[in-house]
Design a protein around this ligand. Structure first.
Ligand code: NDP
Ligand code: 8X3
Length: 249
């Protein structure tokens, strides 16, 4: 029987590319997100290897009941890809909208951690599993306007590192993938709420693409079971860290 992967945020960007790639790799994939029509379109494209399952990462009750809500033949999840997430706004902290902060924390931190918690006992009982998360270079390198978004991704990184400690001896692998600038997704459209400004972010650059992320996920999950990749930090060649800032005068 083929392995089962659950990919959150599979309606766009990285998640869609990861779902497509894992189906090509021979997995059966549970694709989640809020936009049902996109999940249905993906199922139409990928056939019976893909199960569309609507899940809002801010809906605690839906997350808690997820294992029982899945069809019986889809419950033995081998790989969880914690991909769903978002940035909202680029304002400095003092000018930010608190409701944007709440949505980022509810989705990127609370929902991600709760879904992981709900699926871990099954993986431990079956003595196999892999939790993969999409962190970000924003969780490693600070930048102006990154405030709560970057902090949610720092949470993702440290949560994954701590899970490695808790799961030692349980044959459940844990990997954080932290990409930098990546185009070809809706990330900046969602963040900036302006398609022209979103397009301008990538003008004159050659950013990472969702298929680069999918390739990386495919590599880490298909390694032999005794190999655990703890963390991958990846950037496009056109990007590097910018150094520290100093105010003079
Ligand atoms: P997209 O905006 O293209 O995709 C985000 C996905 O997350 C969508 O499928 C969306 O589905 C889902 N999502 C958002 N909120 C919720 C929610 N409340 N419940 C369920 N699903 C939700 O972004 P990317 O593909 O670029 O980003 C994917 C991940 O990678 C994110 O965690 C992001 O922070 C991270 N990342 C992105 C980088 C980039 O430069 N693009 C770089 C580093 C990390 P729907 O709206 O249908 O619910
Ligand atoms: C996305 C990368 O630098 O736009 O997580 O925050 S960045």
């Amino acid at each position: 029987m083929s392995k089962i992967a659950l990919v959150t945020g599979a309606t766009a960007g990285f998640g869609k590319a990861i779902a497509e790639r894992l189906v090509r790799d021979g997995y059966r994939v549970i694709a989640t997100g809020r936009r049902q029509e996109r999940l249905d379109a993906l199922a139409g494209q990928l056939g019976s290897a893909l199960l569309p399952f609507r899940l809002d990462m801010m809906d605690k009750a839906a997350i808690a009941s997820l294992p029982d809500a899945l069809p019986a033949q889809w419950r033995a999840i081998d790989v969880l890809v914690n991909n769903a997430g978002l940035a909202l706004g680029i304002a400095k902290a003092q000018d930010s909208d608190i409701s944007d902060w709440e949505r980022m924390i509810a989705t990127n931190v609370t929902g991600m951690a709760e879904l992981t918690r709900v699926l871990l006992p099954g993986m431990i009982a079956r003595d196999r599993g892999h939790i993969v998360a999409l962190g970000s270079t924003a969780g490693i390198y600070p930048y102006v306007g990154g405030n709560v978004y970057g902090a949610t991704k720092a949470f993702v990184e440290q949560f994954m590192r701590n899970l490695r400690c808790d799961l030692l001896g349980k044959n459940v692998r844990v990997t954080n993938i932290a990409p930098g600038l990546c185009g070809g997704s809706e990330f900046s459209n969602v963040r900036l709420r302006d398609d022209a400004k979103a397009a301008a972010v990538y003008e004159g650059t050659h950013p990472l693409q969702p298929d680069d992320i999918a390739e990386t996920v495919s590599w880490v999950v298909n390694l032999p079971a005794h190999v655990n990749i703890n963390q991958i930090e990846m950037m496009p060649t056109c990007q590097a860290a910018g150094g520290l800032a100093v105010v003079k005068g």
